[in-house]
Write a protein that binds this ligand. Sequence first.
Ligand code: IPD
Ligand code: CA
Ligand code: CA
Length: 261
Amino acid sequence: MINIKDIEKIIKAAGDIVLNADESKMEIDSKQGIGNFVTYYDKKVQSFLREELLKVLPEANFVGEEEELHSEIKEKGYTFIVDPIDGTANFTKRFSVSAVSIALLKDGEPYIGVCLNPYTNELYTAKRGEGAYLNGEKIKVSEKKMSEALIMSGSAPYYPEMRELSLKAFSAFFANCADYRRFGAAVLDLCLVACGKAELFYEVILQPWDYAAGMLIVEEAGGKVSTMKGEKLRFDRPCSILASNNQEDYLKYINNLFIEV
Ligand code: IPD
Ligand code: CA
Ligand code: CA
């Protein structure tokens, strides 16, 4: 049986690798799509996580963003889904808004979610049915409605064909909310909704390693997560995401424009 404390220990060590990154080894390779970067450290953190996580749970499958480590999600049993550095573009610019994200799925559903922002030392944790925590303190979503909502959004930067749709969703929400924020690390956006600093996060397409840990943290904090069409999220392929404090039906603002990908 896995103990969440083991994952916390591992993520803190991974966070130290990010914090102590050596400028001379931060050369950027491009991946597919515009602005999609990978550095020596994305790969290094991922191989560290793979080795350490599989030591504590050897029977688990491991899915990670880098090195095409996209093995199957186990229908029965455990699968880790890991984003070694969420917010790589920020990392390469020393923008200090990036995180390490680890999800553990059990029988295909999120069971544990752990996310660390090493720059601020904020550690978000959740286990299914046991609530969500920031540095050990219980967190919950806010009670604000749309008119007072701060909305976090990702711009789906690696999918130019989705830009139009992103802008339409931005415009539809912006007409009704208090204001917008865009920081560049999806898992941290989700954690900000979970701890009540923002009311809603959406992105028109995102990968499972971007949301698997954060969605559980939001749900365990009392929020709601679905695709932008209101469907259940999947972990075997990318999809859209809308995560909120569940204070109203936010989908109604984008009802007529969203086409699922
Ligand atoms: C990206 C970040 C960004 C989001 C992108 C993601 P990466 O992850 O989460 O906020 O807008 O869609 O791909 O590439 O920095 O791990
Ligand atoms: Ca990511
Ligand atoms: Ca990443």
